[in-house]
Design a binder for this molecule. Structure first.
Ligand code: AGP
Length: 632
């Protein structure tokens, strides 16, 4: 989950790297640092005739690192500025070695002329440390990463060039890695490499300058032209361009992607937090997700990027949705959509479980990975497992160019725009819409959704942005309730049918940004145990919007009330019955039943947000979390 930024060009590197790291803050980190090659050394002494007599100034690698927020590194650089036109920077999410300045990246070897920034885990680092120490290496940090700098140095000191030294070093490393190496011995180039799924390595193509980053937002203000390294590829980057090759040394001509994202979209704008901005972007995001895919004239859905034929749609025996966290809850909503509209059996599996359970999938199975970042290591591993078993592999992804997009047979993008807040919001709602679109297309091709029913299903989508917008317009009603509940220590969220995953998601939002314990539960399960928890200290949030099992949810509300629980009902506008039973009500507009979950999650996102803000939590960078989980 670490953030990486590199620069080589005609401009001063440090400010550009720092700005890039700032745009990666959402990835979560506990320390940060950068290294720049300066002209360094003594300025060449001019002779009487003005010709320099002293040797040209040696190039020096200067490192600045600090623990804590990026602002600490900024202060350090203000006190001890460093200038040069090539450099690398890093924000660290600690895996091996506690957060500290000396464990912060970039890491240096023994001679001080090689630095490395790294995302991933060197799984065999203890053996490598022992081997290097036996040869005289002295380590400054407790990290696994430092061994990389020592290994590269060892090859450089043997007269090997930097690219080859990096290539030979990578052969020693076990695990998944994204890294960039810089040396004062060859101060005109960066060497970047990617092995496995430890987070992306992206090249940004500038005019007379080049960028390297772990994520698009870090460099998007400088260029939209990007190259994404695949696993087991490395790149040599200079100010005039780049060469990509496999780790076996074969040259590659990679695709250059033009990123359509608006750089401003990756900014907070007038919002206090990215999360709040992204919650309020959902009406537009849903519109963008639908645009060009729902053909309201013809009354059907088009997803050409999925490469789905009628033959395939009718050959499939089941769909398996794999994902993590919020994306997994989106998949649970998707199951209801696909089973209802396409009558195709659906399993939803946590990616970290799917990859180890020798899953029963094969050529007649489609495996759909849901992932906002497209880089979640468990989800990517689940995709590899599905690929090895011969399944059809699809993905629904927000981050264009991410690994989950590249390895799939077909991808539906979420079109949500960059999602920076660690707590996922607009990716959740747009990924449900994508699954709805998929369900409509599968239903049409399988003959289970035709004629007026298909047209109705497509027409229902047309109303969704407005319904989400109306739910957002009620946002002001939520802060008073948040103030009332902010000191609550436990919470129970209940839902039925496609609102069960909304209960899970509402609980997760509260947990991950306000640190209040919350559980999502199927309402019908209350009497099988959880109802023992209900008392005045355990508020219940009951998702009780109108639908086929509304009456059952109503009885859950009454059961909770009867035990003294404070009940907050999420209810359909105008439902006076539920309002007479519950203590508090969050109102949402009535939506078509299969799309109601998209509307229902909005007040739960806002409730979690306001409670977290009132509790003084770091909403965009919750403790212990990161935006993209690229380590296992
Ligand atoms: C959601 O708010 C969390 N940040 C987390 O559960 C997230 O959904 C999960 O890590 C999956 O991320 P992905 O969608 O990028 O794969």
């Amino acid at each position: 989950m670490c953030g990486i930024v590199g620069y080589v060009g005609a401009r001063d590197a440090a400010p550009l790297i720092l700005e890039g790291l700032r745009r990666l803050e959402y990835r979560g980190y506990d320390s940060a640092g950068l290294a720049v090659v300066t002209a360094g050394g003594r300025a060449a002494a001019a002779s009487r005739d003005g010709e320099a007599t002293a040797p040209p100034p040696a190039h020096q690698l200067v490192v600045r690192r600090d623990v804590g927020k990026l602002s600490n590194l900024e202060r350090l650089l203000a006190d001890q500025p460093v200038h040069g036109q090539i450099g690398i920077g890093h924000t660290r999410w600690a895996t091996h070695g506690a957060p500290s300045a000396r464990n912060a990246h970039p890491h240096v070897g023994m001679t001080g002329d090689v630095v490395v920034v790294h995302n991933g885990i060197v799984e065999n680092y203890q053996d490598l440390r022992a081997e290097l120490a036996a040869e005289g290496s002295v380590f400054n940090s407790e990290t696994d990463t430092e061994v990389i700098a020592h290994l590269v140095e060892r090859y450089l000191s043997g007269g090997i060039g930097l690219p080859e030294a990096v290539r030979l070093t990578l052969a020693h490393l076990q695990g998944a890695h994204g890294l960039v190496v810089l040396s004062s011995r060859e101060p005109d180039k960066l060497v970047a490499a990617r092995i496995g799924n430890a987070g992306g390595v992206t090249l940004g193509l500038g005019q007379g300058e080049m960028f390297v980053a772990s994520d698009i937002p870090a460099i998007l203000e400088h260029t939209r032209q990007m190259v994404f390294l695949e696993s087991r590829q490395m790149a040599v980057v200079t100010r005039n361009g780049y060469q990509v090759q496999t780790l076996a040394g074969e040259p590659i001509v990679p695709d250059v992607h033009s990123i359509a994202w608006d750089p401003v979209a990756a900014e907070k704008g007038e919002y206090k937090h990215f999360m709040l901005k992204e919650i309020y972007e959902q009406a537009r995001a849903v519109t963008d997700t639908i645009r060009g895919r729902a053909d309201f004239e013809a009354g059907r859905v088009r997803l050409p990027e999925l490469n789905l034929t009628a033959g395939l749609a009718n050959r499939l025996q089941k769909l398996v949705i794999v994902a993590c966290g919020t994306s997994a809850y989106s998949g649970q909503v998707g199951r209801a959509l696909v089973e209802r509209l396409a009558r195709l059996p659906v399993e939803v599996d946590i990616a970290s479980e799917f990859r180890y359970r020798d899953p029963l999938v094969g050529p007649d199975t489609a495996v759909l990975a849901l992932t906002q970042s497209g880089e979640t290591v468990d989800t990517l591993a689940a995709m590899e497992e599905a690929r090895q078993k011969g399944a059809v592999l699809w993905s629904i992804v927000n981050a264009v160019g991410s690994q989950a997009m590249r390895v799939a047979d077909g991808t539906i993008t979420m079109q949500a725009g960059p999602e920076i807040g660690v707590a996922s919001t607009k990716a959740f709602t747009t990924s449900i819409v994508d699954q709805y679109l998929l369900a409509c297309l599968l239903g049409e091709l399988r003959g289970t959704l035709t004629g007026a029913a298909l047209r109705q299903a497509v027409d229902d989508l047309a109303r969704l942005p407005d319904l989400v917008g109306r739910a957002l317009e009620r946002g002001a009603e939520i802060e008073p309730l948040a103030r009332e509940l902010m000191h609550t220590r436990h919470f129970l969220y209940l839902g039925r049918g496609p609102n069960v995953p909304i209960a899970y998601e509402g609980a997760l939002k509260l947990k991950e940004i306000s640190y209040i314990h919350a559980e999502g539960y199927a309402g019908g399960e209350m009497k099988h145990g959880p109802i023992a928890l209900i008392d005045r200290e355990m508020p219940v949030l009951a998702i009780a919007t109108r639908g086929v099992i509304y009456d059952k949810m109503l009885s859950q509300v009454e059961q909770a009330k009867a035990r003294g629980g404070l009940v907050v009902a999420l209810a359909t506008e105008g439902d006076t019955l539920i309002a007479s039973r519950a203590d508090r009500v969050l109102w949402v507009p009535a939506a078509p039943e299969l799309l109601q979950p998209v509307v229902n999650v909005v007040p739960l996102q806002l409730l979690a947000y306001h409670i977290a803000v009132l509790r003084g939590c770091d909403v965009d960078q919750p403790r212990n979390l990161a935006k993209s989980v690229t380590v296992e």
